[in-house]
Ligand binder design. Structure first.
Ligand SMILES: [Zn+2]
Length: 195
């Protein structure tokens, strides 16, 4: 059974949303602390190395009994739960990663502790900087080709909905599309020369 679980076809880490095949089979409840659940299928799921390293044997603490989202039981993460904001200046933006509105207090608390304990914001930062530079280059090419920037970016966002709405790429394009100032910049402003 374990080898069957390792032969999954995931192309994204279910814990953090980074694209790539997650290599490790993580014990949601660590096997040293909960040996009775070490082969229970619901206690095992694939995870990327960075998440596994950050998670270690953490489970929760007195204030937050459960730190981590469980990909089988916390079905609400099928919807987008992370929300990125891209702040001007758009030639060298800053980023804030938070939660979508309307999650409700208990889900919001769980997503926040999950992000904090897996160091997700820190790990996202480099990806978003690169993705933004790539976006400026793409927009430059779109303008040359006479393509509508907003429409093309909407297509990119839709293309990034698989395999999950919480992949880093989808969260990024959703942030771009939802930011009228950025869309205005991308459509009309002079782009930096160093692309
Ligand atoms: Zn991960």
């Amino acid at each position: 059974m374990l080898s069957a679980m390792r032969q999954h076809e995931l192309t994204v880490c279910p814990a953090c949303g980074e694209l790539g095949r997650p290599n490790t089979l993580d014990h949601y409840l660590p096997k040293r602390l909960y040996p009775q659940f070490c082969v229970t299928p619901a206690n095992l799921f694939p995870m990327c190395d960075a998440c596994q390293l950050a998670k270690g044997e953490k489970v929760g603490d007195a204030r937050t009994p459960r730190f981590f989202i469980h990909p089988y039981f916390d079905a609400f993460v099928a919807e987008q739960v992370l929300r990125l904001e891209i702040h001007a200046p758009f030639d060298a933006p800053t980023f804030t990663l938070g939660l979508v509105e309307g999650l409700g207090p208990s889900k919001a608390r769980l997503v926040r502790s999950h992000m904090r304990e897996l160091e997700i914001e820190k790990r996202y930062a480099g990806f978003f900087r690169n993705q933004h530079r790539r976006l400026l280059r793409l927009v430059d090419a779109m303008r040359v080709a006479g393509q509508d920037v907003q429409q093309t970016l909407t297509t990119f966002k839709h293309g990034a909905t698989e395999p999950s709405l919480n992949t880093w790429e989808h969260v990024f394009y959703a942030a771009a599309i939802d930011n009228p100032d950025l869309i205005d910049y991308l459509t009309n402003a002079q782009l930096p020369q160093y692309l």
